[in-house]
Design a protein around this ligand. Structure first.
Ligand SMILES: Cc1ncc(COP(=O)(O)O)c(C=O)c1O
Length: 391
């Protein structure tokens, strides 16, 4: 028996949670099961709240330095959990990974330079460079036997002298792939030789389900290490996205100097009291909670997969190797994208992400967040079946 009660339904309405309190604004109704924004509906490890409360009791909240304990917690976590030995000077706090991507785009590319992404992929990979007036170039993933793989030959062909950056989602959102070492080595070789800097977004890395094991991009080869910026965070792992406590890891001296100079010119590397405290507490004390939550998530994934197979075989779940997002292949329903979205929202009363926002290859898909008590997942599946039975 788990000592954590992930079945507990916690009311999030009225807390400012985007997932529930922005339903009206985004979906035109509050009467929906919220299964979109990628946070979970579970309480974070208790030690985090306790550390914050204890610190808050002090009552003085002045400027706060980055503590040695914070750095140690990251070095130990990345070393122990991902077998990647990193040095303290490689690490910098950043105020969020999407922001980190924007900083890297701004720091390492110029207007109209090409930024390569591999859709379908987390939509800010496309939106952020576009809003910075860069040219986003797609190297779409290849769908093979219900799973994505990278188009390595395609990548070789599309790189030009204007290609400056490749943004890698490692592990992948929305498909949940934990990329193989060979795939990462191939990306590293091509990008190193063509002078394309790799930004590896590893926010979902701690949530890989055994036997899948996350491989940090920079750890696969010298070329990967010397030509990359890695972003990690305890935010998805321990459900503390609202605290904002991400960090970058840059092993290459020259790239690091440039990136850290960029960050410090606007004091972007400076976190807040609770960001450091929450991150170090999570890493130092959250391992057991993480292992339990992963078991619970895995059961939810299996439930969805079995339910669909038995009751809605027209929809197929792509089983994630990491994280709590399930990519639903709804193409066999033969609905236009607006009708598919309407089926989920209006008929089934489910707030999911419209697959088309993830770019090429996303049409016909919806993204389901199963980071919620089983009862919600069950209700969602029943609603979906009832809606589909009426088509
Ligand atoms: C791949 C990926 N990167 C980044 C983020 C967001 O990170 P942050 O909140 O630190 O900007 C998400 C959230 O869903 C994500 O899935």
């Amino acid at each position: 028996m788990s000592k954590y009660n992930f079945d507990e339904i916690i009311e999030r309405r009225g807390t400012g949670a985007i997932k529930v309190d922005a339903l009206e604004e985004r979906y035109g109704s509050t009467d929906l099961i919220p299964m979109w924004v990628a946070d979970m509906d579970f309480k974070s490890p208790q030690a985090i709240a306790e550390a914050i409360i204890e610190r808050a009791k002090h009552g003085v909240f002045g400027y706060t330095k980055t503590s040695q304990e914070y750095y140690n917690s990251i070095i130990n976590w990345v070393g122990n959990y991902h077998d990647w030995k990193i040095k303290q000077e490689w690490i910098s706090f950043i105020p969020g990974i999407v922001k980190g991507i924007a900083f890297a785009v701004d720091c390492f590319t110029e207007k109209d330079d090409e930024v390569i992404i591999q859709p379908p992929v987390y939509h800010p990979f496309r939106i952020v460079p576009t809003l910075h007036h860069r040219t986003v170039v797609d190297n779409p993933l290849i769908l093979e036997a219900g799973q994505y793989k990278m188009d390595i030959e395609g990548l070789k062909k599309l790189i030009t002298s204007a290609s400056k950056l490749l943004i890698l989602c490692n592990p992948h959102n929305p498909g949940g792939r934990v990329w193989t070492k060979q795939e990462l080595i191939d990306i590293a070789d091509i990008c190193y030789e063509q002078n394309v800097l790799v930004i590896s977004d590893e926010i979902h890395s701690d949530l890989a389900f055994a036997p899948s094991k996350h491989i940090p991009f920079a750890s696969v080869s010298y070329k990967a290490e010397q030509n990359s910026i890695t972003f990690m965070a305890p935010s998805k792992t321990f459900n503390i996205a609202g605290i904002v406590s991400s960090y970058s890891i840059v092993p290459n001296d020259k790239l690091r100097e440039q990136f850290h100079a960029y960050l410090s010119s606007s004091e972007l590397e400076s976190g807040h009291i609770f960001a450091y405290l929450a991150a170090q507490t999570a890493y130092n004390e959250g391992k057991e909670w993480l292992s339990e939550v992963k078991e619970y998530l895995w059961e939810n994934i299996k439930y969805v997969d079995n339910y669909l197979k038995e009751n809605i075989p027209q929809i197929k779940a792509m089983i994630p190797e990491a994280s709590f997002l399930v990519w639903l292949d709804c193409r066999e329903l033969n609905l236009s994208q607006p009708n598919l979205v309407s089926l989920f929202i209006k008929d089934a009363k489910l707030a999911l992400n419209d697959g088309s926002i993830f770019g090429a290859g996303g049409e016909g898909y919806m993204r389901l967040n199963i980071g919620t008590p089983r009862a919600n997942v069950e209700k969602a599946m029943h609603n979906l079946k009832a809606a589909i039975d009426k088509i």
